[in-house]
Design a protein around this ligand. Structure first.
Ligand code: OAD
Length: 229
């Protein structure tokens, strides 16, 4: 089976009702990254950071996978599909995708601030993290999210996966955030690259076999599958 590696970003979940980050009505228009998504913010204003992510979880609990997520699952009939997502939601898993690697962490998990190996599942009945919520070793819990300025532990694994791709698909990302955006550089030379995004931020280079589908994920994934199969 050929291997399709799918790199997804916030646009993948936009039609599920979750806001993207950098569009005009995006999350970073409403919030300052430095105030909610950095280690300094967690140190200086922990309640604000925890509340920001509690709200994100509340929104995720109202959301469901969209047609784009569901169409990626269908692709597993014909291909070995490995999803690498920058998204912290679990909509790929909810849709039924079997191989999902989260680069920027997972919203529905909490982690100890004193021992990063202690990670706990959150669920719909217990989805908030508050000041005073502690791990079994007594350290405060934090969101299991990679903040700006923190290392991206999964990046090497993601680069290895990209280097074994037969086809690369990029969906709904502005390709602005590194190291995720650099994963394109690990794909074997000459493989087909599909880019699905209403405003694709990628330049046509002569050496890329680039197929741009300037459409939303909800309809664009089906168009790509029509081209592939
Ligand atoms: P951005 O907000 O930077 O980009 C969203 C992309 O989705 C844009 O290119 C839009 O054109 C596209 N888009 C919008 N609606 C779409 C739809 N219905 N279907 C397909 N595409 C659509 O989001 P990311 O590139 O994911 O990190 O941002 C990368 C990282 O920056 C995020 O993981 C997050 C953020 O700060 C952390 O929070 C750690």
């Amino acid at each position: 089976m050929k291997k399709i590696v799918v790199l997804t970003g916030a646009g993948m979940s936009a039609e599920s009702g979750l806001k993207t980050f950098r569009e005009s009505d995006g999350l970073w228009e409403e919030y300052n990254i430095e105030e909610v998504c950095t280690p300094e913010a967690l140190r200086k204003k922990p309640a604000l950071v925890l509340e920001f992510y509690n709200k994100r979880r509340e929104q995720l609990l109202q959301a469901s996978p969209n047609q784009g997520h569901l169409d990626l699952v269908k692709l597993e009939k014909n291909y070995d599909v490995q999803i690498i997502t920058q998204n912290v939601d679990n909509l790929h898993e909810q849709a039924g995708s079997t191989k999902v690697l989260h680069l920027h962490g997972e919203l529905m998990k909490a982690r100890s601030t004193g021992d990063e190996s202690l990670i706990y599942d959150l669920d719909k009945d217990n989805y908030t993290i508050k000041i005073g919520d502690r791990c079994e070793k007594g350290y405060q819990l934090r969101p299991h999210i990679v903040f700006f300025g923190e290392a991206v532990p999964m990046i090497e694994k993601a680069a290895d996966i990209c280097s074994t791709a037969d086809i690369l698909v990029i969906i709904g990302t502005s390709m602005n955030v590194y190291p995720a955006a650099g994963l394109l550089g690990f794909a074997p030379a000459g493989i087909p690259i599909y880019f699905i995004d209403p405003h694709p931020n990628i330049s046509e280079k002569d050496d890329l076999d680039l197929h741009i589908i300037a459409d939303k994920a909800g309809s664009g994934v089906a168009k790509m599958i029509d081209e592939l199969i």
